[in-house]
Design a protein around this ligand. Sequence first.
Ligand code: CA
Length: 223
Amino acid sequence: MNRILIAEDEERIASFVEKGLRANGFNTTVASDGDTALDYASTGAFDLVVLDIGLPGRDGFTVLRALRETRVTVPVIVLTARDSVRDTVAGLEGGADDWMTKPFRFEELLARVRLRLRTAARAPEVTVLRCGDDLSLDLRTRRARAGTALVDLSAREFVLLELFLRHPGQVLSREQILSHVWGYDFDPGSNIVDVYVRALRKKLGAHRVETVRGMGYRLPHPT
Ligand code: CA
């Protein structure tokens, strides 16, 4: 299992990233200041670091420089505020593997995390997710198969179905779905999850996604 260090002092963002990564099978640790981040990242115990630039104590630039100076090669994805992108890019000096501007959607971060880990490990990747014999999702073509029908999905529908397929039989709350598919910037009172579940049902068949009253939605296990 991959271990990811999240160096982020804003609690809301740290927990948003942590929950999402855990739901996707990663082990996570949060460091909320630069010195702790550097200590943890230097241990060699992590496969990837998500590093905020605006950290108390040492900022992200200093942490990154210190890591690279001591030949710590762990992949680093930098998080930065949109209005300081130019400074960030200049400040990275090739030390970061990737960077993202805040606010960001979780699916975007997840894609980059996976990409960096894959590049680092050259591990064989799962390209088709399945539930039973008659529902599958090809992660490369982004097409689903339901029974004998091939189904094209919108970007959000794809992420939503991927989430369900990675957690078959498990009840996912609206909040979990919202934060995974839409990100922490989305209004929690929104009914967008219901709208998209309806859209998935229309494309895949109404029985594919169950409503669990008062709790959320579930992809039923095949019997
Ligand atoms: Ca910060």
